[in-house]
Design a protein around this ligand. Structure first.
Ligand code: SAM
Ligand code: ZN
Length: 376
């Protein structure tokens, strides 16, 4: 089947839904990941302005090579790798047909990453990227891009698997996409720290079935130490949804909720508690989204939200709060204005339509918005 994405034409096997990911014998292609790939291209454009020496790009799990071909069309010196010989053949013929240069190699991504140094490495595996994180951080020079599609382990729905994979305790809360993203970024930051490197998340998003983060590398061990200070724990009250973050490598969980006195407190961590994105970089990425992207509208909307999103843990869900308080929900802008009128910061959050961030506590949000449903 012929596919055109972001001005690039490639051949892929017949499209199938993301739900069948990892099954079947065909080389993998998932049309629902177009937003992910479009944002990647915008990041690659913006990143070159930030780090002009970045030239080589490894599409470490290439499948059809769609990422690699798109990166090559941007002028990157591309290597596509895959374990599957059919994928390598397809990726090479797609690179050749595009006339962009670039090579597809039949290699295990881990062996290749230990063998060779790339400026930018893109990890886009089935499920968790953890088996590929060590060589990526040991050897990449500038930027590691990571997709994780194992959202159930990441967000604590499959907690034991999350603990095994990510070396922390994820908890299933009403902010599960953010839990997943912060578990992922925390694990990446700790992995890079093992190589005395700081992996700074400069853009991260959680979108339906995956989490995606772009980590800029800094080879100063002191910077890696600094980043570890932005990891820690979230204590979440299951009864009133109050939550607190503790920036520490050692947990000191409260015995009871400081808002409602409940002892039903979930402890998550250590997870990433620092900024998930660099707002200035997000804006520069947003400016690189072009109309030939199939997801242009969605990508711009998401990046606009991300650029101004209060970047602190963790977001609230207006509908969940209103349900808990026996109130009817309001329009998001009206709700956020009420929180702001009470003197707090409040912004939408990119996770979903009723997600928001604020520096108000759950009790302060409740009081600030009580007048919106006087019947309740
Ligand atoms: C999710 S698909 C990649 C999708 C592709 N990047 C895209 O954007 O359409 C994962 C690919 O990783 C390949 N793979 C799995 N283990 C690998 C390994 N150790 N080294 C290289 N490729 C691997 C699989 O054969 C599969 O083609
Ligand atoms: Zn409580």
């Amino acid at each position: 089947m012929h596919v055109s994405e972001g001005g690039v034409d490639i051949e892929v096997p017949d499209a199938r839904d993301g739900a069948s990911e990892g099954t079947g014998d065909d080389v993998f292609y998932n049309p629902t990941q177009e937003l992910n790939r479009d944002v990647t291209v915008a990041v690659l454009r913006a990143f070159r302005e930030r780090e002009p020496r970045a030239e080589s790009y490894l599409d470490a799990m290439a499948a059809s090579g769609i990422r690699g071909v798109r990166a090559a069309a941007e002028g990157y010196d591309v290597t596509c790798a895959d374990l599957d010989a059919d994928a390598v053949e397809l990726a090479q013929s797609n690179l050749d047909a595009a006339g962009t240069g670039g090579e597809a190699v039949h290699r295990n991504a881990n062996a290749l990453m230990y063998d060779s140094v790339f400026d930018v490495v893109d990890l886009d595996p089935f499920g968790t990227p953890m088996p590929f994180a060590d060589p990526a951080f040991a050897n990449t020079r500038d930027l590691v891009c990571v997709t994780a599609t194992d959202t159930a382990p990441l967000c604590g729905a499959h907690q034991k698997s999350g603990i095994r994979k990510y070396g922390c305790v994820p908890q299933n809360t009403d902010y599960h996409p953010e839990m997943g993203l912060r578990v992922l970024v925390g694990a990446m930051v700790r992995t890079a720290a093992r190589y005395d490197k700081a992996a700074v998340p400069i853009l991260s998003h959680a979108t339906r079935h995956y989490a995606r983060t772009y980590l800029e590398l800094d080879e100063r061990a002191t910077k890696a130490d600094e980043l570890l200070e932005s990891t820690g724990f979230v204590y979440h009250c299951e009864d009133c949804l109050h939550r607190e973050a503790e920036y520490s490598l050692i947990a000191h969980p409260p015995e009871e909720c400081s808002n409602c006195g409940s002892t039903r407190i979930l402890e998550a961590g250590p997870i990433w508690l620092g900024p998930i994105s660099d707002a200035e970089f997000v804006e520069s990425v947003r400016d690189e989204v072009t109309d030939d992207f199939g997801s242009a509208k969605r990508a711009r909307r998401m990046l606009d939200t991300l650029a101004v999103e209060l970047d602190t843990p963790t977001h609230f869900d207006q509908h969940r709060l209103c349900k808990l308080w026996g109130r009817s929900a309001s329009k998001m802008e009206e709700f956020l204005d009420a929180v702001r009128d009470a003197g707090f910061d409040a912004t939408p959050a990119h996770y979903h339509g009723t997600a928001f961030k604020t520096d108000a506590t759950v009790a302060e949000i409740r009081e600030a918005t009580a007048h919106l449903d006087p019947e309740a």
